[in-house]
Ligand binder design. Structure first.
Ligand code: PFF
Length: 451
């Protein structure tokens, strides 16, 4: 199929694409970030707004990224250059590459914590600990320097290693088999969690909306979380879109991946919040939430020792299938535009992200007093990338497809040159042109105080 991909590497099967795109979407964003942002943002009302954003904004942005990538047949920046030669649209690609560095930096911090918890599960380190002791254990670990940094570097090296083995062999192979197991495990954990004494309060927190807690910052948090979780707004899915074959249905893939991602986030919420309340923990405890809640759940499960090991391994793998999609954004750019070898590009990009990552990891300990407008380094990178760059990127991406691209070309991509009947095409164009850009702009600029 070399000619179809213009000599580039590509996904060989529909199942492979779904797995790779879902592998990118499903990761720490669903299981680590979603619960803690829900907790920080007051629960049920956030969930409803989040779901609305996924449907109305997330799916259209994802589809737009696939359209740009498959039509452009290049990395995120190169695709814009190719579809809009001589125009400044490539800046969206530049923003994406910047966001990729930032996200990879703090993502690897948390992924490193996950790896540490794999080892701790093996050695049964949480056995017999009270929830207070589990909290102390987490504090003692994540505020240190050496160990979290070591794990972060190991994770980054694993990401680079997978990227080096190429798109098809690497990404497709790993994504395919493992995610169904993660879902199964989450279901089992959710069942344990909701049957704990006192669990009901947690379900209420997650599912009973209280709109009095909603302000513009909650709206922005929901928007950022939706974009982060779906891997959209920075060109990861433009890059993956460029590896998708002509006969695959981009609309269906977008809907399926978004649904899977959302279901897993909700499942994670159902596993976490009942336990948070059952163990008397604080839902707004921040980025450490799952690391203090999950060991408690495993201790209450028959076979918890094994569940804990398997869960943290699968979570680390879910993080890997996401981090490779982030690194791939940068590597595809460096190899295609700057003509570096894949090896050089991967090593350089991973090393640069790891360098920034060191500061993120240390911001929980040695550098915790370094703050800018109330945010530490970790929080600042997360906020800037997830809540600002991704929504802004998404806004420009839908505008590109809705307003800049010829409607006939968009239709050509969505219908695979007329092969597919797409009944909702006009509705899609309306969303891309009016609804999505206006809604993203309102949430983004309102929360920044610009309107
Ligand atoms: N969607 C991933 C997650 O939920 O863990 C994180 C991510 C991947 C964000 C790729 C952005 C991205 F481009």
């Amino acid at each position: 199929m070399a000619s179809e991909f213009e000599g580039r590497d590509g996904f060989t099967s529909r199942f492979g694409i779904i797995c790779a795109a879902a592998g990118s979407a499903i990761g720490l964003g669903n299981i680590w970030r979603f619960p803690y942002v829900v907790g920080d943002s007051g629960g049920g009302a956030f969930l409803l707004i989040y779901l609305g954003f996924i449907l109305l904004l997330g799916i259209p942005v994802m589809l737009s990224e696939f359209i740009i990538g498959r039509r452009g047949q290049r990395n995120a920046l190169g695709s814009f250059k190719r579809l809009a030669p001589g125009k400044p649209w490539f800046i969206v690609g530049v923003m994406g590459i910047v966001a990729a560095f930032m996200i990879l930096a703090f993502y690897s911090t948390i992924a490193g914590w996950t790896l540490h918890y794999v080892l701790q599960s093996f050695t049964n380190a949480f056995a017999g600990k009270t929830s207070v002791e589990i909290n102390q254990f987490f504090d003692a670990f994540h505020t240190r320097a050496f160990l979290p940094l070591l794990w972060q570097l190991i994770f980054m090296a694993m990401t680079a290693w997978i990227i080096l083995s190429g798109v098809r062999k690497g990404i497709e192979k790993y994504a395919k088999v493992l995610m169904p197991f993660l879902v199964l495990l989450l279901i089992i954990m959710a069942i344990r969690s909701v049957t704990l004494p006192g669990a009901y309060e947690g379900l209420q927190f997650l599912f009973r909306p209280d709109f009095s807690v909603v302000d513009s910052s909650v709206m922005l948090a929901a928007l950022g979380q939706a974009f982060f979780s779906l891997s959209i707004g920075m060109g990861a899915l433009i890059t993956y879109g460029s590896y998708i074959r002509k006969q695959n249905n981009l609309g269906n893939i977008s809907v399926e991946v978004s649904l899977a991602d959302t279901l897993i986030a909700i499942l994670a919420g159902v596993a976490i919040f009942p336990a948070v309340f059952a163990f008397g923990l604080d839902p707004a405890e921040g980025p450490g939430l799952i690391f203090t809640v999950l060991p408690n759940i495993f201790q209450q499960m028959p076979g918890g020792y094994f569940f804990s090991i398997i869960f943290f391994i699968l979570l680390a793998i879910a993080a890997l299938t996401s981090s490779i999609s982030i690194l791939e954004v940068v590597v595809a750019y460096l190899t295609e535009e700057l003509k570096l070898t894949r090896r050089k590009a991967t090593i350089m990009a991973a090393a640069a992200a790891a360098f920034v990552g060191v500061f993120c990891t240390l911001s929980f300990g040695a550098l915790k007093d370094v703050t800018i407008s109330g945010l530490d380094i970790f929080g600042l990178l997360d906020f800037t990338a997830s809540n600002l760059l991704l929504p802004l990127g998404g806004l420009l991406i839908v505008c590109f497809v809705g307003w800049y691209m010829k409607q006939a070309d968009v239709k050509d991509e969505v219908t695979n040159s007329g092969v597919l009947k797409v009944r909702l095409f006009n509705a899609l164009m309306f969303i891309l042109r009016f609804i999505a850009p206006v809604a993203i702009a309102i949430v983004l600029f309102d929360s920044l105080g610009i309107i």
